[in-house]
Design a protein around this ligand. Structure first.
Ligand code: GRF
Length: 190
């Protein structure tokens, strides 16, 4: 089966880049589209450099129309990856891609998840709570922030001397190591 991925990202897109590189020579898995809610997000430059089409969305388009489904049809998108995308996914999209949307969260859900828990806020909260470990969660997406079924978790140690920045670096390393391979494994089962 041919898997055609759309990756949603709001920021740098280092995870999106890893996924693109990982599947570059895989004939069955194509990253076909990068979607962002920010017209100046660095992830869009990265996509263009890699020759991948991009789509910039705004709130009316995403929440008050279902036009993105038609856009997806043009690219035969059949799997969606959220990699640093901060908006809630509307229910029409969750329904249309039931079991085919995954997100990565930079903590061990259900801890440090939910609305407003993203980026450095997560690592600052982990540090403030004096956690001795943290990690990443890859999970299915539903209509609530960070609540879909977990697919995969990986942990790392938090040393008492670690700053939130250092925790963020460890987390990014874990994400880059695992996210593409977990996506590949999921797609192989489909
Ligand atoms: C990652 O830490 C991811 O877990 C979170 O947003 C961050 C995105 O980083 N959801 P990047 O843009 O892929 O570098």
């Amino acid at each position: 089966m041919q898997h055609n991925l759309a990756i949603f990202a709001s920021g740098t897109g280092s995870n999106a880049k890893k996924i693109i590189e990982y599947f570059k020579h895989n004939p069955n898995i194509n990253v076909c589209l990068i979607v962002s809610n920010k017209a100046d997000a660095p992830v869009l430059d990265m996509a263009r450099t890699n020759g991948i089409p991009t789509l910039v969305i705004d709130r009316p388009y995403f929440y008050h129309s279902e036009d993105i489904l038609n856009f997806f049809n043009q690219f035969s998108i059949n799997f969606v990856v959220l990699a640093g995308f901060l908006w809630l996914v509307p229910s029409y999209l969750v329904r249309a891609f039931e079991g085919r949307i995954v997100n990565i969260h930079p903590a061990l859900l259900p801890k440090y998840g939910g609305k407003g828990m993203y980026g450095m806020r997560v690592h600052e909260a982990v540090k403030a709570a004096g956690e001795t470990e943290t990690g990443i969660t890859i999970h299915y997406v539903n209509e609530r922030y960070d609540e879909g079924d977990a697919i995969f978790q990986a942990k790392c140690e938090v040393k008492p001397t670690d700053t939130p920045d250092e925790i963020a670096q460890k987390i990014h390393a874990l994400e880059h190591r695992h996210f593409p391979a977990v996506i590949e494994e999921l797609l192989e089962q489909k």
